[in-house]
Ligand binder design. Structure first.
Ligand code: HEC
Ligand SMILES: [Cu+2]
Length: 334
């Protein structure tokens, strides 16, 4: 091998090493630094080992940041809410996924794991605090729905006693109300006006609606009345919103409440209190929408029902309530 050939070989080898290395450097370091975007590296490990590290990040409003998540131990899923709708999907151990976001509004966002990674999975959360230095107005975290329930003295933790036996369970065994049949029977019934008002529906249970319907339609069968109520409840549900809610449910709730709402998810046996079965019509028929909403946002008291108020927007939470209803009632529209 003469000197020129050696030189050629050495240069080729260098090229083969230098090019990939510079690509990697460009990808992970320069590209982001050149764009002036702050990069925040976040390690993801199971909560028993510390969860997200760091789990609290401060950003100025209007600032663009890249959040780069690195899964170390097991597969994690990363989503950020409320409202942002960021879901990076699963990150396998040793892998990294990133998202670049500009936080326009002051407030608090939560990044959370949405893949069941350990028994303490749902504790795996971190906070992005967006501060508006110019107009430092504290952001209210009040929820008018929960406040109204409190003012009315309604105990959202009273799940056991208010379940009981409802009229519908004793009269129609194994019956599944259907919005589609309800659309047909409704024309033969007299419907009190409040029953078609979403605000009223949110503050009442289907059982209360059925009781009102009976007064105006004393001769109608209970199954017809239940179908009519199913139709009224499904009236404002948009199929697309319902399918986003289904995906939130499958990722964040099914592990305890079960995919079909039978309280038989893989973690169901490990909670301090047994999870609620949303497929149980007799139970769900008695529950007010706003109470279900409040429980999702505030969580339980020592029951292991997590709080989701900092993860989902009010709209996403109402959509989840609609989804929970659809587990015991056929909501599909004609
Ligand atoms: C770690 C297990 C667990 C997860 C995950 C979980 N839940 Fe629960 N949930 C429970 C338990 C246990 C209860 C019963 C005790 C209570 O109400 O606090 C409950 C109760 C509820 C109730 C109250 C029902 C009623 O009649 O008042 C609602 C509504 C609810 N969960 C919705 C959800 C939704 C929606 C999600 C996902 C976004 C979810 N849960 C995720 C364990 C869980
Ligand atoms: Cu997890």
């Amino acid at each position: 091998m003469d000197k020129r050939e050696l030189l050629a070989r050495v240069s080729l080898a260098l090229l083969l090493i230098v090019i990939p290395v510079s690509l990697v450097v460009y990808q992970y370091v320069l590209r982001l630094q050149l764009s002036g975007v702050r990069i925040i590296d976040i390690k993801a490990v199971v909560p028993e080992q510390g969860g997200f590290q760091p789990d609290s990040i401060q950003v100025q409003s209007g600032e663009t940041v890249t959040l780069r998540f690195h899964a170390e131990d097991v597969t994690h899923g990363v989503a950020i809410g409320p409202v942002l709708g960021v879901d990076l999907g699963e990150i396998d151990p040793g892998h990294t996924k990133e998202v670049t976001l500009t936080f326009d509004k002051a407030g608090t966002y939560t990044f959370y794991c949405n893949t069941w990674c350990s028994p303490n999975h749902w504790r795996m959360r971190g906070v992005v605090e967006v501060r508006d230095v110019a107009n430092a107005i504290p952001v209210a975290q009040r929820d008018p729905v929960i406040e109204t329930l409190t003012t009315q003295g309604i105990d959202i933790d009273d799940t056991v006693h208010s379940g009981g036996q409802s009229k519908i369970s004793s009269e129609i065994n194994g019956f599944q109300p259907s919005a589609q049949r309800g659309a047909v029977v409704i024309s033969q019934l007299s419907i009190p006006r409040e029953l078609t008002d979403i605000g009223w529906q949110q503050r009442h249970s289907p059982q209360q609606a059925t009781a009102l319907l009976v007064v105006d339609n004393p001769n109608a069968s209970t199954s017809d009345l239940a179908d009519a109520v199913a139709y009224l409840w499904a009236g404002n549900v948009n199929p697309q919103t319902l399918s986003s809610a289904a995906s939130l449910y499958n990722k964040n709730c099914a592990a305890c409440h079960g995919q079909t709402g039978s309280a038989d998810g893989p973690i169901a046996g490990q909670t301090a209190v047994k999870p609620i079965a949303f497929a149980d019509l007799a139970y769900m028929w008695m529950r007010r929408d706003d109470v279900l909403y409040a429980k999702i946002r505030r969580g339980g008291m020592g029951t292991d029902m997590p709080n989701f108020g900092t993860l989902f927007s009010p709209e996403e939470t109402w959509a989840l309530v609609d989804y929970l209803r659809s587990l015991s009632v056929t909501t599909s529209q004609p």
